[in-house]
Design a protein around this ligand. Sequence first.
Ligand code: AMP
Ligand code: MG
Length: 422
Amino acid sequence: MNQKQDLLRQLAHDPAGAEDYDPNAMSVAQARLYIQQFLTPVQETERISIKHALGRVLASPVISSLNVPGHNNSAMDGFAFRHAEAAQRLHIVGTAFAGRAFDAIIPAGACIKIMTGAVVPPDADTVVMQEHTAVDGEYVSIQKLPGKGANVRLEGEDIAIGQTVLDNGHTLQPADMGLLASLGIAEIEVYRRLKVAFFTTGDELVSVGQPLQAGQIYDSNRYSLWGMLQALGVEVEDMGNIADDPQALEHTLLQAAAQFDVVITSGGVSVGEADFMKQLLATHGEVLFWKINMKPGRPLAYGKLGQAHYFGLPGNPVSTMVTFYQFVQSALKTLMGSPQSTVPTFKVECVSTIKKAPGRTEFQRGILFQAGNHWKVKTTGEQGSGILSSMSQANCFILLDDYAQSIEAGSWVEVQPFKGIF
Ligand code: AMP
Ligand code: MG
């Protein structure tokens, strides 16, 4: 931990001293790696009901104290019998229902009628489905003999006692909630929620609900940031819009850093404004200012303000969102206790022509759509970093790496979908 802080301090105050470190030409992958090495996940945990587990991160593995299923049971409605006796007509001596077992002996030459989910008694080894039998009063003949052991779900075949069912660091999904319930587990140990504060900067910004004066614009980042953070399941504090005023910014930054795990700002990191923020952040912490080889979202600041992690995002509304998704989101997940995972990308045919010069990674906004049996992608059109409607229309990023040049319509491109099933 101290080592991390030392390295960060060194980079923040003497970047020229580090080999291979150029804050003015930082690739996307490099910036992610830099950020990752300074992250320390939350340690505190809490016990919560499984009902509130969605999106939370497990702080200790879940070990099963049950076998699932808890007993051998039938996968079919049919008859349970001994496979060795299948050649003869079998006497039906009783019925096993789900939740109501047949608990007598099955005599030689006999069988029982059995329902799906009912316990298969220890002296039967196979179930034949009803459709493969002929019943004649109290007797049944098997017309299509299944293999020995067929249609019997074995005790513990899904989960055995002592088995780790979910690992530490797992983010809980709806299926996990059902799985925990199936094991009789009502409460789990999870990491506490990450506390994240953010504010936007800019004298030109006006909050919704206020009239616009000439030259002013509405503060949209405040709401896109709010939404992106809420979707991650962190505790969010909106500290408002702060004017480009050194004292106000200093006051808000210090207040946020003292109370939250993470502080995010939008605006004020571009070249014209950076000096001012740089000074402020240098006084109170170790912050790295990068020019990233990407479009949109070139300037990005990352560092520590006291114990808090700090992310300074560019103010252009699309840049704010792209840098959040490409850098901040995975960092927050790590801080939440969840191991690194990469968002899947895949290739599809692009029906649009895309203009691009080599040198930067581009995150163009795309729309995946179904064309007959195939999925294809088109761009949302104008890709300016202020065109927030492009993010709204899009359902994926089209990823164009540093080396990529212009793309002809009909070429295959890499896409990163915004959403999966859940
Ligand atoms: P900055 O990064 O502060 O230089 O801002 C870059 C551009 O984004 C400027 O045109 C700003 O007006 C605009 N901008 C900055 N912050 C916001 C915000 N919170 N909402 C909408 N636009 C913003
Ligand atoms: Mg600004």
